[in-house]
Design a protein around this ligand. Structure first.
Ligand code: 3HC
Length: 286
């Protein structure tokens, strides 16, 4: 199957990696070859970690040979059977991508958005045949996180939902089907946790480090709340926050996150956020 992943950032490259591991021919598309090459380096690093831990059945080079880098979106989309969009949370940009996908991909292709927060039914406004558009929401890092949310928009057909479930299962993921509500399921829960942590921090009741160690030691989380926000990207967290707040899911404002984003401190990807990292993109637990 030809799988096209549009957007090669934190999520896009991980999704492309998963699709290649599962045996698909993958076309990864982004705005420049430099960005695509950086994404490929991250995939190589991740594949070598998976090989080390014994979770890859196939030779690394075989998997890599199935990943194609393409800056020209029309070429990347041409005759694709499954399109996954994983670009920033920009409604117009997503609509444009799906309008291109309708034009160039196979007429029966499933059109999937990895949006974290924008309603699938709003994104579908850019699509003529809305029944083919579905949400397929991965979690960071996609290769390690076992769950995928399948979001059924108002017009998504049952057949498209089934294809999305089968695709996610072919990547060895568990699936849940979720309604097209703000934050879907996981982010709705995660946002409330983050909101509580921000509330405590901003009232000076505890520090970032104290809140994070409490999340790990007392609640059993694999990562603290603020380090997870850094890991996922504060720009992503902040845009999810804004998108769901403006659609009726009421939350306190997290001023510390807003301030960091305005300063360009986006977490691991920029080298600092709630914590500092050795270099942009280099994640070592502080
Ligand atoms: N590929 C391959 N291997 C990887 C990897 C990747 N992408 N990322 C980490 N690893 C490796 C590490 O290098 C390490 O290998 P080593 O032992 O040889 O050094 C091994 O996996 C274990 O990693 P860690 O030492 O960092 O420790 P953990 O056991 O904590 O595992 C984790 C890492 C799976 C990320 C775990 O901390 C975790 O589950 N964290 C929570 C992640 C989470 O909640 N994600 C969801 C975010 S919300 C989201 O994405 C939604 C969006 O819409 C905002």
């Amino acid at each position: 199957m030809k799988v096209t992943v549009v957007g090669s950032g934190v999520m896009g490259h991980g999704i492309a990696e998963l699709a290649a591991i599962a045996g698909n021919q993958v076309w990864m598309n982004d705005v420049s070859i430099e960005i695509l090459n950086q994404a490929l380096e991250k995939i190589k690093w991740s594949l070598s970690k998976l090989k080390e831990s014994g979770s890859l059945r196939e030779d690394l080079q075989n998997i890599l040979s199935r990943i194609n880098l393409e800056v020209d979106q029309a070429k990347a989309l041409k005759d694709a059977d499954f399109v996954i969009e994983a670009v920033k949370e920009d409604l117009e940009l997503k609509r444009k991508i799906f309008s291109n996908a309708e034009r160039y991909a196979s007429p029966n292709a499933v059109l999937a958005t990895n949006t974290s927060s924008l309603p699938v039914s709003e994104i579908a406004d850019g699509v003529r045949n809305k029944s083919r558009l579905v949400g397929i929401h991965f979690f960071n890092p996609p290769v390690l996180m076992p769950l995928v949310e399948i979001i059924k928009g108002v017009d998504t057909s049952e057949e498209t939902v089934r294809s999305a479930i089968n695709f996610a299962r072919s990547l060895d993921k568990e699936t849940i089907i979720v309604k097209d509500i703000p934050g879907f399921f996981v982010n709705r829960v995660l946002l409330r946790i983050m909101e509580g942590a921000c509330y405590i921090l901003e009232r000076g009741k505890a520090s970032v480090e104290e809140i994070d160690s409490s999340a790990i030691e007392d609640l059993g989380f694999p990562m603290g709340v603020f380090i997870l926000a850094d890991y996922t990207g504060l720009d992503i967290g902040y845009s999810v926050w804004k998108a769901v707040s403006s659609r009726g899911f009421k939350m306190f404002q997290c001023s510390s996150m807003e301030r960091l984003v305005n300063q360009g401190k986006l977490g691991v990807k920029s080298g600092s956020g709630y914590y500092s990292y050795p270099a942009p993109g280099k994640f070592i637990r502080p």
